[in-house]
Ligand binder design. Structure first.
Ligand code: SAM
Length: 234
């Protein structure tokens, strides 16, 4: 999968992309990510990318021209990628949306800044708007990184153990249950016996029950959704 990012701060991407799973995915050729400076697509000597809002109100709004030019240049070079505008007003990112986006060959992520982005980008350029939560961040760069990480986990081969991800929270509409590792006893707190039993069926049953119990306690909304006909949690 290829992901191009249009941003005023391409430097924000190097750290997170250069570690752990995202680095391995890139090294293995499963994921290519390129961050592009929006100023490169801005015209004039000063390469202006933002202007005060029409109608007043303070702050600055990102201009449409560099964003349109950036997306069009990337599509020309790499094919008709799906353009995603990061926005607190967008569709909420969840595992279903992340999985859906992981099926795309090419994503172009547009990061806003300041007071936001000229509405014509959402209306006439972006294929969808995505939010990472009901709070306002200073820019779309962190949301873009969150989206890249969530999407990359669904790309075949990116996670070493595909079984581990199938138990991840939200995969079956539930939270994952508790996990333990060595030592068996830590400061008097012991690991549940069943995990040491070697009985795989009993371990699976326990994990299932713990996942349900935890989800009921912490996210009753997820249980209700999972029990809706057609969603399938027995
Ligand atoms: C300060 S925000 C602008 C918020 C805008 N004035 C509003 O109230 O909707 C600047 C940029 O950060 C990004 N952003 C902020 N919060 C976000 C969120 N929760 N999800 C996705 N993007 C977000 C968007 O790209 C946005 O254009």
């Amino acid at each position: 999968m290829r992901i191009d990012v249009l941003t005023l701060f391409p430097g924000m991407f190097s750290g997170p992309l250069d570690h752990s799973i995202l680095l391995k995915a890139r090294e293995a050729g499963l994921l290519t990510v390129a961050a592009h400076d929006l100023r490169e697509y801005a015209e004039g000597r000063h390469r202006v990318t933002d202007e005060p809002p029409f109608g007043g109100g303070g702050g600055m709004v990102m201009k449409p021209e560099p964003i349109f030019a950036g997306v069009e240049a990337l599509r020309e070079k790499f094919g008709q990628g799906k353009a995603v505008l990061l926005s607190p007003q967008g569709e909420m990112l969840d595992s279903v949306l992340a999985r859906r986006l992981s099926a795309e060959e090419h994503l172009i992520l547009i990061c806003g800044r300041y007071e936001g982005v000229d509405q014509r980008v959402a209306d006439h350029l972006a294929d969808l708007e995505v939010s990472i939560g009901d709070y306002v961040l200073s820019g779309g760069e962190l949301p873009a990184l969150v989206l890249i990480d969530a999407v990359a986990r669904f790309l075949p081969g990116v996670l070493g153990d595909p079984l581990a991800s199938s138990r991840d929270s939200f995969e079956e509409g539930l939270l994952e249950g508790p996990q333990y590792t060595r030592p068996r006893s830590f400061r008097g707190h012991t690991v549940p016996e069943v995990l040491l039993s070697g009985d795989h069926a009993a371990v699976e049953k326990w994990r299932r029950e713990e996942a349900l119990r935890r989800t009921r306690e912490r996210r009753p909304d997820l249980v209700r959704k999972a029990l809706t006909p057609g969603k399938g949690v027995e």
